[in-house]
Design a protein around this ligand. Sequence first.
Ligand SMILES: C[S@@+](CC[C@H](N)C(=O)[O-])C[C@H]1O[C@@H](n2cnc3c(N)ncnc32)[C@H](O)[C@@H]1O
Ligand code: SF4
Length: 348
Amino acid sequence: MRHWPLWLRYLNKRVVQVQERFFRNQRVIGLPFYLTLESGNSCNLRCPLCPTTFRGDSLPRGMLTLENARTIIDRFPALLAVNFSLWGEPFLNKEIFDIVRYARSKKIRACIQSNFSLPKFDEAMAQRILDSDLSELSLSIDGASQETYEVYRRRGDFARVLRNIELLRRLQKDQGRRNPKITWKMVVNKFNEHEIATARAAADCVRLEFLVVEIYTPEHLKGAWKPALDVEQAGVPTHTDATPQCYHLWQVMTVNFNGDVFPCCSEWSPKDALGNVLREPVSAIWNHAEYRWRRGNNKSGPPRCDDCHIDKDTRYWQDWHTANGEKKNPTMLPLTLVAADRKERSHV
Ligand SMILES: C[S@@+](CC[C@H](N)C(=O)[O-])C[C@H]1O[C@@H](n2cnc3c(N)ncnc32)[C@H](O)[C@@H]1O
Ligand code: SF4
């Protein structure tokens, strides 16, 4: 299927956004304009609260192939942006540069989130990033020293991350390339919160955007991880998932490396898959009964799916308990009321 001309894709986006914001209708007129497409679910690090670390073999492991990426991208004619990060480290996929290049050739913004603690990163790889015309690169660097960084980024090498950034930035500057826009994203926890200012200064030094996000933690581990600081009030640019209502079910489709579709990044069990975009048309999955039921369930108020990570007492966190040999939390807390911050609600 050919991608629609850009004016039609933007029109689709507006039509879908109006429905999401005002009508909350179960059947969406229009198609998803943002895609989260997993490039692979293996990782070189072992961040303790990341499902890639704790879910073990509960999901098949694998990499997105160029062939499947092309097929999947082609099935979303209204696509404006794709994020190739879901679970795992995107740069472990050897075909990622060709996959990005393919998306860019269809006038789709391409984003990657990476730990960038890549031992084999060299000039050739940096050049391949530039040549792929990647639009955005978000680097997860949770601290300003090895000691604080590795508390969460287990197996990560802070000095190596900085070396890799310097190499990429030097090439980018020498060649006068605007893409990718690179961001230092710091997931703030109680071990690194005192280093926010230092990390920000380091990001400034290498001319990177700087962004913080408070760590998501299971309720019972808040004491172990949650920063004392109110990150939203810290006076630094903040990414927040705080939203008065779910937008994913209207705007975004989340697809695993093998084509399985999920309502968002909070669900990953194969039994929760809503279909498979390698086997079925997107339009059929997008408005089928399960999707419509979820939209109905999220018609108003804060997100209400069982597994939503915005609601901290969900199966996402209960899976964490189970995977770590702990008992499931028997008390169901009421849905967390989240701030009415709409700034971050639209992806594109
Ligand atoms: C699961 S990671 C996958 C991409 C890549 N491996 C990375 O770490 O950047 C996707 C995003 O989740 C963020 N992340 C990981 N653990 C988190 C946590 N406990 N709380 C908030 N964000 C987290 C990462 O910083 C990254 O931006
Ligand atoms: S680096 Fe990313 S994918 Fe890997 S374990 Fe950490 S958060 Fe998860």
